[in-house]
Design a protein around this ligand. Structure first.
Ligand SMILES: [Zn+2]
Length: 447
């Protein structure tokens, strides 16, 4: 029981003690001064008791003091043998065992190396002095420059690429210089472009997927996104299947963007008599589930035929039933899983199944109706309710690590409102998740 209470107390302070970090930093600063003053006579137990450090904080405070000593030693970007000896003695006095001390030392060395590397890359030239200091850090860490670079890109690659694209101007042109400087710096470190491409490929593919998911969130590809994706596809050596996937997604997004903006396709139609000047946007095979409410209960007949969507009408023709609906009479078009429900006051209401063309048919039909009723502009005005702010998307992407929340897939990702907008769900971080298309479709079946 005492143990349980102790555990609860520790757990609750961990959550309820936001000032802990600050307190520990202050204690570490005092302890560091004690260490310097006492020298070899320093006694951790005595010193921490004097400072009234909580037992559970002692090792944390000690490690911070050690980190400070490390930072101090790394100031000139190298660690001499004399400094090594000094650090070992500091670790011993702070009661940090050899293994843990080595761990902290290596982590710090990596950070120093990465700061050096980022600096070296950022100005585009890797001077011999910079290379020398990278080599010095590498010797201090005990890991080769090459391996440290590999570790850097496997961890920070996406962030690095993001930095490159953050420099894009609003006209959608990309700062080529950053890419060129990366290649030059990599060359200076002994990496060919091919090796660098291999190194950043996983991160690059994550980055491309992120740009795609962002574009899908708006259901609209803007010029900047098109430029970014083209540039990425042009510069990065992505795996062929991934490249094909991205190209297909971009094509589809461009089609959707055009339709949403009211730029509808114009096609030749067969089997329908058109009015003068009438434009056909789509013609596909479709099933019509016609439900009648009889005295004995509802009865649904299915008719198979052809649906034609023009700029003013929806025409359904089959051997068993034919009808047409004027765009002005349409109350709502609701995409369901597998069918589209058309609500109208007159004939033709019910569910239609366009098979694999369901999503496209709904999109074109909605846009045609909106255009005919001149509600396209109004619709876009209401869109902000669905809109997910960029910073929210960024945090959600981080939170889910760029994979589907349900199945872990890392392609076809979409930002999803956990509680749908139609049911009052907002666009705050808590209500947004990352789902792949398949899981999102599955979810909309149940909502
Ligand atoms: Zn999934």
């Amino acid at each position: 029981m005492a143990k349980l209470i102790d555990w609860i107390r520790t757990a609750s302070t961990r959550i309820l003690d936001p000032e802990r970090e600050e307190r520990i930093a202050k204690l570490a600063e005092t302890l560091r001064k004690e260490l310097i003053a006492a020298g070899a006579a320093f006694d951790l137990e005595q010193a921490t008791r004097k400072l009234d450090v909580a037992p559970r904080d002692v090792s944390l405070v000690a490690e911070q003091v050690f980190e400070y000593a490390l930072r101090h030693a790394w100031r000139d970007r190298k660690i001499t043998t004399k400094e090594q000896v000094g650090l070992r003695s500091v670790a011993q006095r702070l009661r940090i065992d050899d293994l843990r001390a080595a761990e902290i030392q290596q982590a710090m060395g990596r950070r120093v190396f990465e700061a050096c590397l980022a600096h070296a890359i950022s100005d585009g030239v890797l001077t011999s002095a910079e290379l020398k200091s990278l080599e010095g850090v590498s010797a201090g860490v005990g890991i080769s420059v090459r391996n440290l670079v590999i570790q850097y890109f496997s961890r920070e690659g996406e962030g690095f690429l993001r930095g490159v694209f953050a420099s894009m101007t609003h006209e959608g042109t990309i700062d080529e210089e950053q890419w060129a400087s990366l290649l030059r710096a990599a060359d200076g470190l002994g990496f060919t472009e091919g090796e660098l491409q291999n190194l950043i490929r996983p991160q690059a593919e994550r980055f491309v997927e992120h740009v795609l998911a962002d574009a899908k969130a708006d259901e609209y590809l803007d010029d900047k996104e098109i430029a970014t994706l083209r540039w990425l596809l042009g510069k990065l050596e992505l795996t062929p299947p991934f490249r094909t996937y991205v190209e297909e997604e971009v094509r589809e997004l461009q089609v959707i963007t055009n339709i949403k903006q009211g730029r509808l396709p114009s096609i030749e139609a067969r089997g329908v008599t058109l009015r003068a000047g009438e434009i056909v946007h789509m013609q596909v095979g479709a099933g019509y589930y016609h439900t009648r409410h009889l005295k004995s209960g509802p009865r649904t007949d299915t008719h198979y035929g052809v649906a034609t969507i023009t700029d003013s009408r929806f025409i359904f023709s089959s051997e068993t039933k034919s009808l047409e609906m004027n765009h002005h009479k349409i109350i709502d078009i609701i995409p369901l899983s597998g069918t589209i429900q058309i609500r109208t006051g007159g004939r033709g209401a019910g569910n239609y199944d366009f098979g694999p063309n369901n999503a496209m048919a709904a999109l074109i039909y909605e846009s045609a109706v909106a255009k005919a009723n001149q509600t396209l502009v109004e619709k876009r005005k209401t869109a902000p309710r669905r809109h997910i702010p960029r910073d929210v998307r960024q945090r959600v992407w981080q939170k889910y690590g760029g994979v589907c929340a349900d199945c872990g897939a890392n392609q076809y990702l979409e930002f999803d409102h956990i509680v749908p907008v139609a049911k009052g769900g907002g666009s705050s971080e808590a209500n947004i998740q990352l789902l792949c298309r398949a899981c999102n479709l599955k979810k909309s079946d149940h909502v």
